[in-house]
Design a protein around this ligand. Structure first.
Ligand code: NOJ
Length: 756
């Protein structure tokens, strides 16, 4: 090659490279624009609308007030309708039904200068009017696809009744059964909260928010609300950043990836700063790392609560903190309406900050199609046709059966035989009780629609079966009597079986319903003991929103069904399971401790330097109670039995981005066709930071006929095992990983492999 040819070639290469660089840059710009448009649609419409808005009208968009009955707080603004007319309102919550939402929307659209429609929010947590099991119960199905369908139904009903936006799903990983809101969670495990959070978001939001059977969802409560000290609601939280990132953030990341359009601030503090004014949480992590483009709403009056927290001197101070954390919408305190104009005048915050918040809220209103037709979700015919449709009720029944966890079944007490059981005594304060079946947060659910256990049993027996009923005692902490126990004993004495429904009332879990004791309230255990004394076999039906210390029952009662609060179809579902029309397969998404004093109590704990040893005093344990769980995480029986055998790993060694195949043989060793949730856990044996003794990595629900064996295979990616090392680097260090596969978190087969 001569000098000229070489130069020529060099120039040619340079030219081609320059052209391709230009092209790539142009292409990049175009791609970026498209991506931005995808993420920020309706920009032109928003810009031209905002150009017309006064500062007061803009701030009005950041205001969200309750229109009616509210479960959660002290302040109720009587003049909210005037505020709508004055253009001081962006949204209303707790306002539902077509009639009510049309009335309020009319004020916004017809009486304000710009006619910007309101957004209507509501706590549609486990159904709108067709009520599904409470979230902890839904999670016990271990069937996220089914729970996605339940959320779709909830969205379709809500969207037909004027509601645009639900304050769900709750993603708080909940390790403490004293905390009442555990009922709204997917339990104590991060992976379950991730998977079920994602399913619920997809169910609510669907493919396009404009579809009339979808609503906007809320990832809440951001963040770590469930770590309240002592399990006392609204209490202080003090956790490490490692815990924040490993336990609490993953469900939020999953929910946002699934498309959750809004995020709600938590009441608690993180690292000394209340979440609602916490710039690290919102600016750095949520908007920065997670790239969240939707809007953030506060929890109920959380902005002025920063005064009580002691980080704001007054309301103005609180508003400034919240605005600087990019918190867009103020729920229920009218703090932004009152304080932002002054703060802007003083130059403490900029109008640009307000503009950004307004833009984020307006974008959702455009996405919902509210500017095309503000009444599109409020259609009388659709409301009439949609609410409690037959197929919705059928799904509720199916999910209710699948949520039931069989906790004990000595001598195959269950299923009951319709032929052999001729006399059934139905006993207990929850036996003929429609009201409590709704559970906490029941949206537009009407308790009169619920099928009680007594009714369910009546519907499911032969005509000549004799059914008697006695309440026994009341569902109260204090004002209860024991007078009814005698009658309960009398009917039990004459019966072939006594079905005793005990537990908590619907408001004994949920918000502001923390307990110091997980025991059955009132005289319910006394009732249970008295009925058991008769010698008639007892089937205990437990209803509650949290783990309960039912140690006596576990020792003495032959059969226990854990039924949470199952909602509209409760009684029917329980009866069908009781008589064997459906073989129960639910598994616990939470650990049941033996004593309240063990709380918080969760399976994925650290090993400590002195792991519990029952025979060694100086180990990590309590001296006045057995230290094992009453029921472990992942536990649940079936009318059949399953055997696990032959755990196999595809390789002994994998790289940091490799995959190992884990397989196990599962056999139905009993007499009924049944479903089983096969669970996969791991433990990193040595790392630069301490690791949990077990972490759920995957699961699969399978159905097997009697005698049938199936090989279940999981592809376990090293990436699923990543954690933050001592330098907060995310990844996995070399060394042994132990693998466990089994029917619950304790009964497992194990093997191990090495990460290179
Ligand atoms: C307070 C609760 O913490 C939150 O979850 C709920 O969405 C709001 N109140 C609105 O009812």
């Amino acid at each position: 090659m001569n000098r000229f040819t070489y130069l020529y070639l060099l120039l040619a290469v340079f030219f081609i490279h320059a052209c391709s660089t230009t092209n790539t840059t142009e292409q990049d710009d175009q791609d970026r624009e498209v991506a931005e448009q995808d993420q920020r649609p309706y920009q032109e419409e928003i810009d031209s609308l905002m150009a017309e808005m006064t500062l007061e009208e803009k701030i009005g968009q950041l205001n969200l007030l309750s229109s009616g009955f509210t479960e959660t707080g002290p302040t109720l603004q009587d003049d909210y309708q005037d505020m709508i007319a004055d253009g001081n309102m962006g949204g209303i919550f707790n306002g539902f039904t077509v009639e009510h939402t049309r009335d309020l929307q009319r004020i916004a659209v017809e009486e304000t200068r710009l006619g910007i429609p309101l957004i209507f929010g509501f706590d549609v947590i486990h159904g709108y009017q067709t009520i599904f099991p409470v979230p902890i119960g839904e999670t016990a199905t271990w069937e996220p696809d089914l729970i996605k369908e339940a959320s779709q139904v909830a969205a379709e009903e809500a969207a037909a009744a004027g509601v645009h936006w639900t304050f769900a799903p709750m993603l708080d990983v909940s390790p403490d059964p004293r905390w009442g809101r555990i009922v709204e969670s997917a339990g104590e495990d991060p992976l379950l909260n991730e998977i079920f959070g994602e399913a619920r978001v997809k169910g609510f939001e669907g493919d396009d928010l404009k579809d009339l059977n979808t609503i906007l969802s809320t990832a809440k409560h951001y963040i770590a609300y469930s770590e309240a000290e002592g399990g006392r609601d609204y209490n202080t939280v003090d956790i490490s950043e490692r815990m924040l990132r490993e336990i609490h953030l993953p469900p939020f990341r999953a929910a946002l990836d699934a498309g959750a359009g809004t995020v709600m601030t938590a009441f608690n503090e993180y690292d000394g700063v209340p979440a609602t004014g916490n710039q690290f949480l919102f600016n750095d992590i949520l908007r920065g790392e997670l790239g969240f483009e939707g809007f953030v709403v506060t929890d109920y009056t959380a902005i002025p609560e920063m005064i009580e927290h002691g980080v704001a001197a007054d309301e103005a101070d609180a508003a400034e903190l919240a605005m600087n954390a990019n918190v867009d919408m103020d729920m229920q305190s009218i703090n932004y309406v009152e304080e932002l104009p002054g703060l802007i005048e003083e130059g403490k915050i900029s109008e640009d900050q307000v503009d950004q918040a307004v833009e984020r809220i307006l974008r959702k209103k455009f996405k919902l199609g509210l500017f095309e037709d503000p009444y599109r979700y409020s259609d009388y015919d659709r409301e009439e046709e949609t609410i409690m449709r037959d197929d919705f009720l059928e799904l509720a029944l199916d999910i209710s059966k699948r949520s039931i966890v069989l906790m004990k079944n000595e001598d195959q007490t269950l299923p009951l035989s319709r032929e052999e059981v001729n006399d059934i005594a139905v006993i207990g304060p929850l036996a003929d009780n429609q009201y409590d079946l709704l559970g906490s947060w029941s949206a537009a659910g009407e308790y009169e629609d619920n099928i009680t256990l007594l009714e369910g049993i009546r519907n499911n027996v032969e005509d000549n079966t004799n059914i008697t009923y006695a309440e026994g005692t009341e569902l109260e902490f204090e004002d209860y009597t024991t007078d009814g126990i005698e009658e309960a004993v009398e009917i039990a004495e004459d019966a072939d079986v006594a079905v005793v429904a005990v537990g908590e009332g619907r408001h004994m879990s949920g918000e502001a319903a923390s307990r110091v004791s997980l025991d059955l309230p009132g005289a319910q255990e006394e009732l249970l003991e008295a009925v058991h004394e008769t010698g008639t076999p007892v089937v205990m039906v437990l209803m509650s929103g949290r783990p309960m210390t039912i140690n006596w029952a576990e020792e003495n009662v032959p059969a226990i069904m854990n039924t949470w609060f199952l909602g509209t179809k409760a009684g029917e579902a329980i009866a069908q399971v009781m008589f064997g029309d459906y073989n129960p397969a639910g598994k616990l998404p939470v650990t049941y401790p033996r004593h309240t004093g063990m709380s918080p109590y969760y399976y994925n704990h650290k090993n400590t330097g002195r792991p519990m040893d029952p025979d060694e005093r100086y180990t990590s344990k309590y001296i006045d109670e057995e230290n094992s769980p009453l029921y472990p995480f992942g536990f649940g029986l079936s009318y059949t039995t399953f055997g696990y055998d032959n755990i196999q790993l595809g390789s002994d060694e994998i790289s940091k981005d490799g995959t190992v195949e884990v397989s196990v043989e599962v056999t139905n060793t009993g007499d009924y066709t049944g479903e089983e949730v096969v669970q996969l856990y791991t433990r990193k044996m040595v790392a630069s930071v301490t690791r949990p003794v077990k972490e759920l990595r995957d699961f699969e629900k399978i159905e097997l006929d009697p005698g049938e064996t199936r090989t279940v295979t999981f592809d376990l990616d090293a990436e699923q095992l990543y954690y933050y090392d001592k330098d907060m680097e995310y990844g996995i260090e070399p060394g042994e990983v132990r693998v466990f596969v089994g029917t619950n978190s304790e009964e497992v087969l194990e093997d191990s492999f090495t990460v290179r």
